[in-house]
Design a protein around this ligand. Structure first.
Ligand SMILES: [Zn+2]
Length: 474
């Protein structure tokens, strides 16, 4: 009996161990699950309740967070377990009704709603609103999120036709003022045109209006439309943007000085049968297959000692490049530049090198030049001579192929963010016919933050080169 008893005791303790082990595992599993799923669920309920209690705390950020959490939880729990966020929508309406100032400005096109935010306001962009709302642009016309001290809402009432007429009328007013040396309230007297003959033969080629809504927070101007002007004297064209100044509640043209400076100016000359720019500072010159930089064109350079690659870069673009580098680092990337500034003569050498390779592959000299010209530039025709262009190295792509670089996370980051630091993609995949260059996801050009942000709005329609040509800042 004795041995049997002992065996039973041993068996029992084994069973107990197993039971405790199983309970422990279940408990641990429950603990892990509650941390990952239950805690966020309870937290979202609490947040929704708090938002209901305290509407003044509502802002874009906590709505966005709640929305993200709702999406996360909807994959783990049945719908009925998750709080709806309608409380946020309801409270948003309450906040909207508490606008400090609201105005209807008859000079604005219909559908244009400007919300100017005060010092406490959060920076809200059109796209972030669209992202938060999870909606397409069209359906969020009147959806915005507010939290600011001195909020202002401004609505437009003008139809497209009326807006076009307004732009034309203002352009005529401007030309008359320039003819008679009058000073309009929005541009100073020193911008007078000395040679009045330049103003002859100016005619309106086309008018574009922006009837899309805008949400403005930190900028005080909103674009109403654009007028394209034909200059008969030199068969050139020029553009001006009519903007609404939110603070002054007035209409004005943006960049009149640029317009005046570009009035039939000789912007090109001929050197050795080539059309070259006459610009002193060619940072905004549209370098392409047709227009070239002078062989002696150079810009002030700095050596990039904190960015890997041992390259030189334009001094004017240097601080933006450092900011870009910092932003990249903060996002987990490290910037290295394969090619920055290249002189006219370096480019000449490089082009010759590519031509020799094509000839070695069996092409004639003429054929080789044509082939080489699709991926390399003739001397004077390279943006690298500006000192403001760079070929970004990509660790993930040992071999510099467009497929690899174009699919990398670094490239995606650059596509979404580089324009905030003044950098734009010169040769995108959908502009090959326009630029004459193959898709180059590594090649970025600095055009300054002001222009790069302006270019951002038209990037789907034209290349940087065309954009710069139209701007005429050279
Ligand atoms: Zn390049």
């Amino acid at each position: 009996m004795q041995p049997e008893n002992t065996e039973q005791t041993v068996r029992l303790s084994k069973g107990k161990k197993f039971l405790f082990g199983a309970l422990g595992t279940i408990f641990l599993g429950f603990f892990v699950a509650s941390t990952i799923y239950l805690y966020p669920l309870l937290n979202l309920w609490l947040k929704t309740y708090l938002a209901f209690l305290n509407p003044t705390e509502l802002n874009l950020e906590n709505y966005n967070n709640a929305l993200q959490e709702q999406i996360f939880l909807s994959r783990k729990f049945p719908k009925s377990f998750i709080p709806t966020l309608s409380v946020f929508d309801k409270l948003e309406t309450i906040v909207e009704q508490n606008l400090k100032e609201s105005a209807i400005v008859s000079d604005l096109p219909q559908g244009v709603i400007i919300i100017q935010k005060g010092v406490l306001g959060k920076y809200i962009t059109k796209s972030s609103v669209a992202k938060v709302a999870g909606l397409e642009k069209e359906s969020i016309q009147n959806k915005y999120f507010l939290k600011a001290e001195n909020q202002k809402e401004i609505n437009g009432t003008k139809s497209k036709e009326e807006t076009e007429a307004l732009i034309k009328e203002n352009f005529e007013k401007l030309v008359n003022a320039l003819r008679e040396n009058q000073t309009l309230y929005y541009f100073p007297a020193e911008l007078n045109v000395n040679d009045k003959s330049l103003l002859n033969g100016l005619s309106i080629q086309s008018v574009n209006t922006y009837s899309d809504y805008k949400i403005v927070s930190d900028k005080n101007k909103v674009k109403i439309g654009q007028v394209k002007i034909f200059m008969e004297n030199c068969s050139g064209s020029n553009t001006l943007n009519l903007v609404f100044n939110i603070n002054e509640k007035t209409l004005e043209f943006d960049g009149i000085n640029v317009f005046i400076n570009a009035l039939c100016k000789e912007r090109f000359t001929e050197v050795n049968g080539e059309i070259v720019g006459t610009c002193e500072d060619c940072s905004w010159f549209p370098v392409n297959k047709t227009y070239a930089l002078r062989p002696d064109y150079e810009t002030e350079l700095v050596y990039l000692d904190t960015i890997s690659g041992g390259q030189f870069f334009s001094k004017a673009a240097y601080s933006d490049l450092l900011d870009l580098n910092l932003a990249l680092q903060n996002s987990g990337f490290s910037l290295a530049i394969n090619s920055g500034y290249r002189s006219y003569y370096t480019q000449a050498y490089l082009f010759e090198y590519y031509v020799s390779i094509e000839m070695a592959n069996g092409a004639s000299r003429a054929q080789a030049e044509i082939i080489a010209n699709s991926y390399s530039a003739r001397p004077g025709h390279s943006e690298h001579q500006l000192g403001t262009a760079m070929d970004v190295a990509n660790e993930a792509c040992g071999n510099f192929t467009a497929e690899c670089a174009g699919n990398s996370s670094l490239y995606q980051w650059m596509l979404e963010n580089a324009y905030n630091y003044g950098f734009v993609l010169s040769y995108p995949h959908d502009r090959v016919a326009e630029t004459g260059y193959v898709y180059e996801p590594w090649h970025w050009r600095w055009i300054g933050r002001e222009l790069s942000r302006e270019f951002w709005d038209v990037r789907g329609e034209i290349s940087v080169n065309t954009f710069l040509y139209n701007k005429g800042r050279y």
